[in-house]
Design a protein around this ligand. Structure first.
Ligand code: ADP
Length: 644
């Protein structure tokens, strides 16, 4: 039988609950049975005790009757020829005592001769046992056994029921020493009286009683008291020992054995309560696990779906523990192959030094990257990846690394294509632009005679735009060269102060157009730095022209040189609008302008500052700015001082 997935998961989650519930039910049934058995056992025990009392009374009464008759036997054995009168006299006292005797007959030579009481029993006198086959058997048994033998109960001729106790009488041995049989004494014991005295007619007793063993035959004998089927209801059994043979008493509780436990309902209720106490936490746990599995499923879905490679590595061994398909696919390996790879199967050995730096970062800061390297594919080819990661600990406390591994092949390819495009376009544009500029200059210079005023204006605008376009192309070429690290730097150790002084001079004519004075305030006379003269002039021209363009409050721009630690700092301060806070992060980015409207951009290309930064950084310096909006800005760069 197959269940839908969610039912199967449910079953799995709740299987402990189901198992425990089943265990509780089984245990409950077992305990119930145990308790029930115990209760039945208790009942049997108590019945046995009560029955033992009945047995003791029974045996006591039978014995006392037997003793009475035995007394008579002794008397006869000494006076075998006694008269009827003598017999009467001897028997009478036996009936005065609280015996259950009904009558006594004595039969010398097995013919009844003496009877007490005679009234009502006259008919029995003269009975010859030898002629009465039924009675003769019992008589012979007593004679043969030389014992008191109890027969019955039998229905008596004079009415009612009775047990007949028979005992043989022998007289003194003859000359050969052999005992001689005189005859037999039989006494009738009143059944009802015996029962009464033995306490088996007690209405208050909580059990039903039956007796079997007619004619002292024990369990072989017929049932003579109580209901016969009591013997089939697993009764408590007790034997009543008679002088010869026995009876068997059987008892069951009144109304039969209990079918189930007393207080069963309470017991079940307690069991259910205990069950709940155990099961509720398990159910809660089950729900918790289900929730957790659910979120795990969601997370692992995301993990697999991620377009970026994700890996979990063992910190100690470096081995891969968990990987997603975005990580595996570009490598050309199968998942199984990948999981068996060692770190250096994937990473080219020349990255060893960089790897070490990343590992140190991981050790110190619990994270590494972002850093670029290459992965080796199964076929040996390589592709660029960008990695970053953090340290995590598994639930068992194991140190692991989560890494995000981005395949940046496309990104790299795009960048390359763009760079190529820009350099091609720039070169292709420069040639026609030069010829346009030349032609316009010629026209404006009067090479074609005096131009009409209107044409002159148009040519002027054309010249300005051709110049702007040429600046843009030059800047573009510069930035691409710088980014591609293809710009050549002729580094020479020179005095920075004279460099800055040159720049102030050169750019003053540009400042004049804005009616601004460039004020140079050198803090020191001489400081040596290692620079490329052309490139440094390019940076200074850019910073100064920006300051001039944006200054509005005063008619000057300040240029200072300061020593800061091991470096020298050149500052260009303007008194303009300043830089808006939200623009801080973009100031040095390509084509970035705080406001592209004409008033802010002032004819710039948005490339000057990014070119400046690249130049300064490639000359081992740093560049930055400070600004207060509405007050102005200070752009500065710092270069390491060369001491010689
Ligand atoms: P641009 O050729 O447009 O001047 P830059 O890279 O030199 O290009 O400058 C980028 C942008 O930074 C400028 O367009 C301007 O918005 C802002 N900027 C640069 N210098 C200053 C300054 N001194 N004061 C205010 N804003 C400035």
């Amino acid at each position: 039988m197959t269940y839908p997935g969610f039912i199967r998961r449910r079953l799995l989650t709740y299987s402990p609950v189901i198992l425990v519930a089943i265990a509780i039910v089984i245990l409950g049934i077992y305990l119930n049975q145990l308790r029930f058995n115990y209760q039945v056992q208790e009942l049997r025990h108590s019945l046995f005790n009560q029955l033992s009392v009945v047995r003791a009374k029974f045996e006591g009464n039978i014995n006392s009757n037997a003793q009475l008759v035995k007394g008579l036997v002794i008397a006869i054995s000494t006076e075998p020829e006694m008269t009827q009168e003598r017999f009467r006299a001897l028997s009478k006292p036996l009936f005065l005592e609280s015996s259950q005797l009904k009558n006594i007959a004595a039969a010398p030579n097995l013919i009844i001769k003496y009877m007490y009481p005679l009234e009502g029993n006259e008919s029995a006198v003269g009975l010859n046992y030898k002629n009465n086959s039924t009675q003769y058997q019992a008589v012979k048994k007593a004679v043969d056994l030389d014992k008191l033998v109890i027969a019955g109960p039998v229905t008596l001729v004079q009415g009612g029921q009775g047990f007949i106790a028979r005992i043989p009488v022998f007289i003194s041995p003859d000359t050969k020493g052999k005992k001689k049989l005189w005859g037999i004494i039989s006494a009738v014991i009143d059944t009802e009286k015996l029962y009464l005295m033995s306490g088996i007619h007690n209405n208050e007793s909580d059990f039903d009683l039956a007796i079997r063993g007619k004619d002292a035959l024990g369990e072989q004998g017929a049932v003579f008291f109580g209901k016969e089927d009591i013997f089939n209801l697993s009764p408590v059994l007790v034997d009543v020992t008679l002088p010869y043979g026995s009876w068997q008493l059987a008892a069951i509780p009144k109304g039969g054995w209990p079918k189930h436990l007393a207080n069963q309902e309470l017991f079940i209720l307690a069991l259910v309560a205990i069950g709940f106490i155990i099961l509720i936490p398990l159910i809660i746990l089950g729900r918790f696990l289900e929730k957790r599995r659910e979120s795990e499923t969601l997370l692992s879905g995301l993990f697999e779906l991620s377009p970026i490679g994700i890996a979990l590595n063992d910190y100690e061994t470096g081995g891969f523990v968990k990987i997603n398909s975005a990580l595996v696919t570009p490598t050309g390996y199968s998942r199984e192959e990948f999981l068996n790879l060692s770190y250096w199967d994937l990473t080219p050995i020349e990255f060893e030094a960089q790897e070490k730096i990343q590992l140190e970062s991981l050790e110190k800061h619990n994270e590494y990257g972002p850093y670029e390297k290459e992965y080796i594919r199964k076929d040996g080819s390589r592709y660029p990846v960008l990695l970053r990661g953090i340290v995590v600990y598994s639930t068992s406390g194991k140190k692991m690394i989560w890494s995000i591994v981005e395949d940046i092949s496309d990104q790299k390819r795009n960048e390359k294509m763009k760079d190529e495009f820009i350099s091609i376009v720039s070169h292709e544009l420069r040639t026609p632009l030069t010829s346009i500029s030349g032609a316009v200059s010629l026209a404006l210079g009067g090479a074609f005679g005096e131009l009409p005023a209107q044409a002159n204006e148009i040519f002027k605008v054309a010249k300005l735009n051709a110049e702007r376009l040429s600046f843009l192309i030059n800047d573009l070429l510069d930035i691409e060269k710088l980014y591609a690290k293809k710009m050549k730097f002729d580094m020479l150790v020179q005095n920075l102060i004279s460099q800055v002084r040159d720049a102030v001079k050169i750019n003053q004519s540009y400042a004049d157009k804005y009616n601004i004075e460039l004020r140079f305030i050198p803090g020191i006379d001489k400081v040596d730095v290692s620079i490329d003269y052309q490139r440094l002039q390019q940076v200074l021209a850019n910073l100064i022209s920006n300051a001039v363009k944006f200054t509005s409050k005063h008619n000057h721009v300040d240029i200072k040189v300061k020593l800061v630690n091991e470096s020298v700092r050149v500052e260009v301060t303007d008194y303009g609008l300043g830089i808006p806070k939200e623009f801080y992060n973009d100031v040095f980015k390509k084509f970035a302008q705080a406001d592209s409207s004409d008033t802010r951009a002032k004819g710039g290309t948005g490339l000057g500052l990014s070119i400046s930064r690249e130049i300064i950084e490639q000359m081992n310096g740093t560049i930055g700015f400070e600004s207060i909006e509405g007050e102005g800005s200070t752009f500065y760069f710092e270069l390491p001082v060369v001491y010689r």
